[in-house]
Design a protein around this ligand. Sequence first.
Ligand SMILES: [Zn+2]
Length: 98
Amino acid sequence: MNENKTVPSREPVRQCSACFTHRTKKELIRLTKGSDGVEIDAAQKNQSRGIYLCPDEKCIKKLIKTGRIKSRFGIFDDRELEERLLACIKEKNRNGNS
Ligand SMILES: [Zn+2]
């Protein structure tokens, strides 16, 4: 008997806005528009509309470069956001993503 088989994840899947890869919400970073520019919605509980992003430096840079995030969220400080996102993925990767 093998009842310890891993059941395929039924978690909601979202698409990265930079590379369009599908991943589970848990794996992705969620960004929403906050009162003070772009907010990293770490708990993913913010009800406002957001976009998802891989915890990957390449995706962060790509998203900022394409300007897609700007058209979505309005004007903000690119460099400041990039730094915040990079710090966020460092944190995420350190905690491990099981
Ligand atoms: Zn991506």
